[in-house]
Design a protein around this ligand. Structure first.
Ligand code: ATR
Length: 265
């Protein structure tokens, strides 16, 4: 029997075990998926133990997505570009690291094309993963904006995309097709990183936050007629790509979406 895991600290909130167990069940795969709480200074020992215990693959979450790289044997382009790993596959006795966060999110954005005009709000680790995925997908019309411009400039330079300060963005806001909110603002406050956005009905607002299910950023967008998508799409999208790397099967995303909503509601 194969088994998989997710390593994090904290880990109790993770919905990944429920998600992958459901997918194993739906696809009649005899495997299980366990959450593992890892002490801050025990990541290396944990990875060594997983190999000894015959683990077939694992996910990595906060705060280990960057540190894990040091303990892997190979990195896929998605992980090398993002500088972070969220999915690891055991292949020929080696740990191979991938990053499915950005690609999983993009896979769930409808109508995303090579001419889409994309705005990213924020310039931290989450933004980096998404810019890397956009670059991997060949989506070039990308702009980064951030409270601290220098951080956005650095990221923009690295991936050869645009940088604008918040007031420049505000002046041309409705020219973007997709706006992705990548900061933690709105997770435990009624704040939004954009003060006066002018949404239109042809725009799509994406937030990587899923709790609360509708941040102020998304609420404003919805009230002004834009289409909205919360962080569940990214969460489930990254899981689906990880599952596919492990099993070769693209899992169904509808049932797990319903299950999570039931538990949250
Ligand atoms: P993560 O790895 O989760 O992306 P991070 O690297 O700390 O976290 O990045 C956090 C992002 O949220 C940054 O873009 C940060 O903006 P600054 O670079 O200006 O710090 C943004 N952020 C955090 N708190 C914010 C706030 N109150 N208003 C606007 N942006 C905020």
């Amino acid at each position: 029997k194969k088994w998989y895991a997710v390593l994090g600290n904290p880990i109790h909130h993770s919905i990944s075990p429920k998600m992958h167990d459901l997918w194993f069940q739906q696809n009649a795969i005899d495997a299980s998926y366990i959450p593992i709480f890892v002490e801050r200074d025990k990541l290396q020992e944990t990875v060594v133990s997983l190999a000894l215990l015959g683990c077939s693959g694992f996910n990595v979450t906060v705060p280990f997505k960057e540190e894990i790289i040091a303990y892997l044997d190979e990195l896929d382009a998605s992980a090398a570009l993002a500088g972070a790993v969220n999915t690891v596959v055991r292949r020929d006795g080696k740990w191979v690291g991938y990053n499915t966060d950005g690609l999983g999110l993009l896979a769930n954005i409808p109508n995303l094309s090579h001419d889409s005009r994309v705005l990213l709000v924020g310039a931290g680790g989450a933004a980096r993963g998404i810019v890397a995925a956009l670059s991997q997908k060949g989506i070039k019309d990308v702009t980064i904006t951030n409270r601290t411009s220098e951080k956005a400039s650095r990221l923009a330079q690295e991936f050869e995309v645009n940088e604008m300060n918040l007031s420049e963005v505000s002046a041309i806001f409705s020219t973007f097709d997709v706006v992705i909110q990548t900061t933690s603002v709105g997770m435990d406050s009624l704040e939004t990183p954009l003060s006066n956005p002018n949404w239109t009905s042809s725009m799509l607002a994406v937030d990587i936050i899923y709790s609360p299910p509708e941040t102020v950023f998304l609420k404003q967008a919805r009230q002004q007629g834009a289409t909205t998508m919360n962080g569940l799409s990214m969460l489930i999208g990254q899981g689906a790509l990880a599952f596919e790397l492990w099993t070769g099967i693209q899992p169904d995303q509808q049932e797990i979406r319903k299950t999570i909503f039931r538990h949250e509601g």
